[in-house]
Write a protein that binds this ligand. Structure first.
Ligand SMILES: C[S@@+](CC[C@H](N)C(=O)[O-])C[C@H]1O[C@@H](n2cnc3c(N)ncnc32)[C@H](O)[C@@H]1O
Length: 270
């Protein structure tokens, strides 16, 4: 879907990157971290690029995009962040027009990254078994759809990812990519593999090595070829107080092991 008349969302950005989303509209709103105010009155006479003071805070008004929407998202389940989402998107070839299945949707962390690159021609099917998680994910995605200039055709299914085959075929035919982030991803690989087109890719997000190994075996059992397995390690650097730059004190935290597999044609019988 293309946003014909998008609501005017703006982000007020602190210099350290923290940002607050608000819609230029009349009526009092409460923005966590900024307080209560009428956004239209507050922003009267101000445009994107201006600096504004709200309470004690000095902020820059910017047009919001994915990072600002993510800073403001509601969270319930653990989310997949930029480090892993970016890698999965690039490695799996997900982009404008892609047909993608993802689940568990949780709070929509991965789905927000996916929607950001899929354009209006893409189809994203998200599946979440817990309604209280789906509700949070839906709110985050609905807000993002108002912020982005283009948003894919998005379906949020409340149910089990192992039983969405008919719906996937109905909404988009074969899949270009599927990303599974549930406690036992290996259990649903046999249900999802048939939905992939030849060359399509299936990824699993696995917090532990046992999960990685089980997914690896389940993928190969279905004839998928494992293209990449491992973890992405991120190490941030900071400016040292006496000059120079050096690795910061933030620990290198483990997020998950990723497994990316591809569907190939089966070997011809002699
Ligand atoms: C770690 S969270 C997903 C986080 C999400 N990928 C993100 O980036 O924000 C795992 C989610 O999977 C859901 N879930 C577990 N088993 C499922 C299944 N069989 N089908 C669909 N969702 C499932 C859980 O309810 C939970 O919300």
């Amino acid at each position: 879907m293309e946003n014909s008349e998008p609501a005017e969302w703006l982000a007020l950005r602190e210099d350290d990157g923290r940002a607050y989303l608000l819609c230029r509209a009349p009526g009092e709103v409460k923005v966590k971290g900024l307080g209560r105010f009428d956004a239209e009155e507050l922003l009267r006479g101000y445009s994107v690029g201006d600096r504004i003071t709200v309470g004690q805070k000095s902020l820059t008004i910017v047009a919001p995009s994915l990072p600002e929407a993510r800073r403001n998202m509601a969270r319930r389940a653990q989310v997949i962040g930029a480090k892993d989402s970016g890698f999965l998107i690039s490695w799996m070839g997900i982009g404008v027009g892609s047909r993608v299945l993802e689940g568990g949707h949780g709070s929509g962390g991965l789905a927000m990254h996916l929607a950001n690159v899929m354009g209006a021609g893409g189809t994203l099917i998200s599946v979440e078994s817990r309604s209280e998680h789906a509700e949070v994910g839906r709110k985050n995605m609905e807000r993002l759809s108002e912020v982005l200039p283009e948003f894919p055709e998005w379906h949020l299914v409340e149910g089990d990812i192992s039983s969405v085959g008919e719906l996937v075929v109905d909404k988009c035919g074969m899949l270009d990519a599927a990303i599974i982030d549930i406690a036992e991803p290996w259990g649903v690989i046999p249900d999802i593999e048939p939905l992939l087109r030849a060359g399509g890719r299936l990824a699993c997000y696995c917090p532990t090595t046992i999960q990685l190994e089980k997914c690896w075996e389940a993928a190969e059992d279905r004839g998928l070829v494992v293209e990449w397995a491992g973890e992405m390690i991120e190490r941030r650097w900071v400016k040292a107080s006496r000059g120079g730059v050096r690795p910061g004190n933030t620990p290198i935290g483990h997020t998950a092991f990723l497994l990316i597999s591809a569907k190939v044609a089966s070997i011809e019988e002699e």
